[in-house]
Design a protein around this ligand. Sequence first.
Ligand code: SAM
Length: 280
Amino acid sequence: MLSYRHGYHAGNYADVLKHAVLLQALTLLQKKDKGLVYIDTHAGAGGYSLNDEFAEKTGEYRDGVARLWAQNSLPDSLQQYLDNIRHFNENNQALGFYPGSPALVDMNLRPQDRMLLHELHPSDQQLLSEYFGQDSQVKIVEGDGLKGLIAALPPKERRGLVLIDPSYEIKTDYELVAETLIKAYRKFATGVYLLWYPVVQRQQTEAMLSRLKDSGIRRQLRIEQSIRPDNNEFGMTAAGLWVINPPWQLDEIAKEMLATLQPILQQPGGSYRVEWEVGE
Ligand code: SAM
């Protein structure tokens, strides 16, 4: 049985970057009226209390979203992210709830859009189902999100945003994720794919990213934040999003975001990069 629970990590620095970029990708895609499907392969519980035993045990959100909470001079993209977080906390002066990717996207879903959420862990599946109830725009699939992604492509809308956000608990996850993403692209080459990745052992992460880079797929963008210099012994030192088919201007928006986030979130020796790894 898998032991990862996102409640321990909700709102940490990696979530801030992941969700701020996700929101921008969605906003850019929604500039066109035509409906789209949002596919979350690893949805988690939907949203998270920051006052429960999980969040309190690690306190990771304190070095993430809590550092942004009081900021009042942010670029539009980060302001939009923070306004969304505030929306979920509107009855409180204090930050007490953190929306996960399904809740954030749901808040921005238009009537012509829909969501397909996958979750494997029974407890998180149940929380996700309770969160969404009978919402007709949302379908929850209880099972493996990588298999579910392949089964869902190509979507009938022919417009889609896919978030692949695994917990990387099993070593082979890295290989499987790259393989699945390449397969998914072959079935739906115009989709926008956001792959979240951690850097715990730099070589392991780069092996996965190199597979994607060498796959022949065009338009691959790296958006990465290193909170401190790489060190194979001290847990996650960086996290990023590997984006296939980023919507126009996402690269420039991400640069502005990271330039702002750097002094707020980073520790000594940290850095960031936004680089086209494969061009047009
Ligand atoms: N995307 C969520 C967000 O941004 O709020 C967080 C997801 S969390 C990093 C990863 C989730 O994937 C966990 O809830 C875990 O139970 C789930 N999971 C692990 N393996 C899975 C699989 N093969 N298919 C679907 N979900 C899986």
